[in-house]
Write a protein that binds this ligand. Structure first.
Ligand SMILES: CC(=O)N[C@H]1[C@@H](OP(=O)(O)OP(=O)(O)OC[C@H]2O[C@@H](n3ccc(=O)[nH]c3=O)[C@H](O)[C@@H]2O)O[C@H](CO)[C@@H](O)[C@@H]1O
Length: 380
């Protein structure tokens, strides 16, 4: 059994696949730890998840086409590599696994300079900047998509997106989140940092749609369209409750705006396993972890892709989900006119049931296990 180091950080999209794989490797008897930026989101997540953590400096490298990197960031990146090198020289892990993002770079480059095996995971359909710097020296690359732009297919192994494959019992999740059993539960989540756009748009849209009581009328109309909401067989009464993860920075603003709405709960950051376990419908961005988690839990999605995402990849991610019948894409520019209507259409029992089936059908169950197999094949 070996020590396997997970080099990761920066955003939830890079950190949670590392958490899922770490759990799988630990279940197989290996030791693991997360190596990332000291004081970064990864340090907090490791503590919450009961995982060991080692922090180093890390520096953001500018993306190509966006000018030269800031010299102070480059210096921090260099210091991070030196710090990671001395840590890895001391601990001599069996492998270092890089999940992308600037915080993963020190660990991966340090490992390669020491001749330790490195394995990468690419979560998007296009190889990220950090992974491009690390790929040459890596033994293997696990991917979430069949084709990854910028990656030689001969080097890629399609393993899927590792997600935390746990469902929380409904009663426990409701209690943990302070929600009720009965109303239709809408989960709003703008990725791991929250989304200012969704934070502004969603409360207004839902207030307009549901009124002060948070009720969907059984025959509601939106944009001249009558929608049969038929709640029979689901939760009765047409009552709705919303759980909105705003991102820690924006919580106070959003909470102030919805404080008169008893059915609207704003939180800075939520236990996503609990939230997915009770959500009937979710309004989200379209990062890969978000989509993979929704698929695992069978939650229909209304996706508002982040328009500035590299190469517009979130839009392409979201279209794939829509084509599979597991959700609806509403482009950010169309939100004012169409988000409310999309909520009405997706809240109806029939469409919700078929989207749920389609979501479950998309789930790449066992991705963490397949990625752990790949890592084990390359252990020292
Ligand atoms: C702005 C940005 O750079 N976005 C990228 C980033 O998104 P981001 O980090 O937002 O990535 P994802 O949507 O993939 O994942 C968010 C993760 O955070 C978790 N979570 C979020 C909110 C919360 O309250 N609790 C919680 O646990 C989610 O459950 C999920 O595991 O990485 C993704 C995967 O590389 C990319 O596709 C995104 O384009």
């Amino acid at each position: 059994m070996s020590l396997v180091v997970m080099a990761t950080g920066g955003t939830g999209g890079h950190i949670y696949p590392a958490v899922a794989t770490a759990r799988e490797l630990m279940a197989r008897g290996h030791e693991t730890l997360l190596l990332g930026q000291r004081g970064g989101m990864e340090e907090r997540v490791a503590a919450e998840q009961g995982l060991a953590f080692h922090g180093v400096d890390a520096g953001k490298l500018a993306r190509s086409g966006q000018g030269r990197p800031d010299p102070r960031e480059l210096l921090r990146a260099g210091q991070g590599v030196a710090q990671a090198r001395s840590f890895l020289a001391r601990t001599r892990p069996g492998a270092v696994v890089g999940y992308g993002g600037f915080a993963s770079l020190p660990g991966v480059l340090a490992a390669q300079s020491l001749g330790l095996p490195t394995v990468l995971h690419e979560q998007n359909a296009r190889l990220g900047l950090t992974q491009r710097l690390a790929v040459r020296g890596a033994r293997a690359v696990g991917t979430a998509y069949e084709r990854v732009i910028g990656l030689d297919p001969k080097r890629a192994s399609l393993v899927g997106m590792p997600v935390r494959e746990t469902r929380m019992p409904r009663a426990e999740a409701l209690e943990r989140l302070g929600l009720q059993d009965g109303p239709l539960t809408i989960f709003v989540m703008g990725g791991s940092q929250g989304s200012l756009f969704l934070n502004n748009a969603v409360p207004d849209t839902l207030r307009h749609l549901l009124g002060g009581e948070g009720l969907l009328a059984p025959q509601a109309s939106a944009g001249g369209l009558n929608v049969d909401l038929d709640f029979t067989g689901s939760r009765a009464g047409g009552g709705v409750q919303v759980l909105h993860s705003t991102g820690p920075r924006w919580l106070a603003d959003v909470a102030r705006g919805v404080k008169d709405l008893e059915w609207y709960e704003a939180v800075g950051f939520v236990d996503a396993v609990a939230a997915w376990s009770v959500a009937d419908l979710a309004i989200t961005r379209a990062g890969t972890s978000t989509l993979a988690e929704a698929a695992f839990h069978g939650v229909p999605l209304i996706m508002v892709p982040l328009p500035e995402s590299a190469e517009n990849h979130q839009f392409h991610n979201a279209v794939a989900v829509q084509q599979a019948g597991a959700g609806r894409v509403v482009e950010q520019k169309d939100v004012p006119g169409t988000l409310g209507q999309a909520v009405l259409e997706c809240a109806a029992a029939g469409p919700r049931a078929s989207m749920r089936e389609a979501a479950l059908g998309r789930s790449q169950v066992g991705a963490a296990g397949r990625f752990a197999d790949l890592i084990e094949r390359h252990l020292r």
